[in-house]
Write a protein that binds this ligand. Structure first.
Ligand SMILES: NC(=O)c1ccc[n+]([C@@H]2O[C@H](COP(=O)([O-])OP(=O)(O)OC[C@H]3O[C@@H](n4cnc5c(N)ncnc54)[C@H](O)[C@@H]3O)[C@@H](O)[C@H]2O)c1
Ligand SMILES: O=c1ccn([C@@H]2O[C@H](COP(=O)(O)OP(=O)(O)O[C@H]3O[C@H](CO)[C@@H](O)[C@H](O)[C@H]3O)[C@@H](O)[C@H]2O)c(=O)[nH]1
Length: 321
């Protein structure tokens, strides 16, 4: 069995939907930002907190867990600057409780959701896993701290792990049953689509004076179903022993500016957006684009879906949501 912590959230629920086809799955989630109805009904759902050993230990006692996939975190950059305690407590301290419990029950395979925010303001156009990590906010630092803890635990206790640094996750499941449902929503693509559905008056473009071709920020958008596929390859590599301690970028390798994303949403939906040019949002790097060659070479994974397909799937979901 595989324990998915945070499996009621956006990315976790998409992974669960794919993983239940292959494995028995238990989801632990406190529903702080997740939705129980997003959890595939073939998975066992347990409401609980990864920071409570009393919630964790009965699960590890009862079920033969061979790996843990850890998606649970707080992940709003701005909020992490306002309230860093919340982030270090949930993302780092609570993760330590999870790791301690795993070691107590001799479960030694761990998949961790990290982020492009660990790179801070990158020096390279295309970011490699070995590029410098210098996060510029508590959220990114909390994720990098866990990465460092994992490397130490691997050396000291034989904990095996795969860290995935996601770039910008977006899109919805092709079944149309689940999609991106953050509240509040801060991510660009769902905000644009909500606007095009008449749920928001306009879209603000945060910053038009970045050193990019059209002055707006460039990001690497990755379909959430592609992310799920990478996680399945990652956990298989841990379970068959071929990988023990790896960090992989997960992106498309193609960057799109905020203006290009808005245009693509207009093309896909056939609707015109009301765009307001606004000031920069604090803490946004101008450009974040991944090289995902390492995971292609090691595990044969690459992103299958581009920006249009991401937006098309998200649009199908938002029209119904
Ligand atoms: N969305 C992105 O673009 C993106 C990019 C990079 C990294 N990430 C990382 O991916 C992971 C998933 O992101 P998401 O967008 O699906 O977020 P999300 O908020 O939708 O999902 C997180 C889930 O974890 C649960 N959770 C939080 N704290 C918990 C706790 N203490 N105990 C039990 N459950 C808890 C929440 O209820 C929620 O269901 C996070 O770790 C995030 O930092 C996301
Ligand atoms: O209303 C909006 C919302 C966003 N943006 C811009 O759109 C881009 C993408 O923003 P957003 O969708 O919020 O994603 P990011 O801030 O790039 O962060 C995401 O991607 C990071 C990795 O790249 C992860 O670390 C974060 O968890 C995840 O939220 C940025 O330039 C924003 O400034 C706007 O212009 N207007």
């Amino acid at each position: 069995m595989i324990l998915v912590v945070g499996g009621a959230g956006y990315i976790g629920s998409h992974l669960v939907k794919e993983l239940v086809e292959k494995e028995e799955v238990i989801v632990l989630d406190n529903l702080a930002t997740g939705h129980q109805e997003s959890v595939d009904e073939r998975a066992v759902f347990i409401k609980g907190d990864l920071g409570n050993a009393e919630d964790l230990e009965p699960i590890f006692s009862k079920y033969p867990i061979k790996a843990v996939m850890h998606f649970a975190a707080f992940s709003l950059v701005g909020e992490s600057v306002q309230d860093p305690f919340k982030y270090y407590e949930n993302n780092v301290a609570n993760t330590l409780t999870l790791l301690k419990t795993m070691l107590k029950f001799n479960v030694k395979n761990f998949i961790f959701s990290s982020t492009a925010a660990t790179y801070g303001i990158p020096e390279e156009e295309i970011i490699l896993e070995k590029s410098n990590t210098a996060p510029i906010n508590p959220y990114g630092r909390s994720k990098l701290m866990v990465e460092q803890i994992l490397a130490d635990f691997h050396e000291a206790y034989g904990l095996n792990y795969v860290v995935f640094r996601y770039f910008n996750a977006a899109g919805a499941h092709e079944s149309g049953e689940i999609g991106e449902k953050h509240d509040p929503e801060t991510h660009l693509i769902p905000i644009i689509l909500q606007h095009l559905l008449g749920q928001r008056e306009s879209i603000s473009v945060f910053g038009t004076d970045y050193p990019t071709e059209d002055g707006t920020c460039i990001r690497d958008y990755i379909h959430v179903t592609d992310l799920a596929a990478a996680h399945i390859k990652g956990v298989e590599a841990l379970l068959d022993g071929s990988k023990q301690a790896e960090t992989y970028n997960l992106g498309n390798g193609v960057g799109y500016s905020v203006k290009e994303v808005i245009e693509t949403c207009e093309n896909v939906t056939g609707k015109k957006a009301n765009v307001v040019l606004a000031d920069r949002r604090v803490g946004d790097p101008a450009r974040l684009v991944a090289s995902s060659n390492k995971i292609y070479e090691d595990l044969g994974w690459k992103a299958e879906r581009g920006l249009e397909s991401i937006i098309q799937s998200a649009w199908e979901w938002h029209k119904k949501a």
